[in-house]
Each structure stands twice: as C-alpha cells, then as structure tokens.
Ligand binder design. Sequence first.
Ligand code: SF4
Length: 72
Amino acid sequence: MVQCEYTETCAFYKEGMADRPAIANMMRKKYCARNQSACARYMIIKTVGKDRVPVDLVPNDVDTARNIIAEG
Ligand code: SF4
C-alpha cells in the first residue's frame, strides 16, 4: 500500500502527539506509510467526512471512530 493521501492535511501526521513523539512516529510508520485503511482517522474521513475527525484522535482509536461513524 502507498503512503496515505491525507498526510499533507492530517493533524496527527503533521503534529503527532506532543508528549509522545516516539509513539507518534511508530504510528506514522504503521498506519500512514502502509496501512491507512486501519487508521481511525482515515475511517472517519472516508465515511462521514474529515470535519468529523476529532483533532486529537490517534490512529489506533478505532472504537471512537466506530462510534462517530455510527452516529452518521
Ligand atoms: S493518521 Fe491516518 S488519516 Fe492521518 S495521514 Fe496517517 S493514515 Fe492518513
């Protein structure tokens, strides 16, 4: 899989987690670089739209993503 198409605009990709830069970098490699379809932020963008993505949502918080998507 190729790099996520939203890296230019994604708040997580650009800013990561200020207090945990090592974990943020690990997530960029795990999700942004090769498996964006598993990313919580990506799931929301693709279903209910980028405006619904919480600014601080991390890629592995799929439960939150599912709740937001279920709300429609
Ligand atoms: S955090 Fe998710 S939506 Fe953002 S650039 Fe990475 S894979 Fe794409």
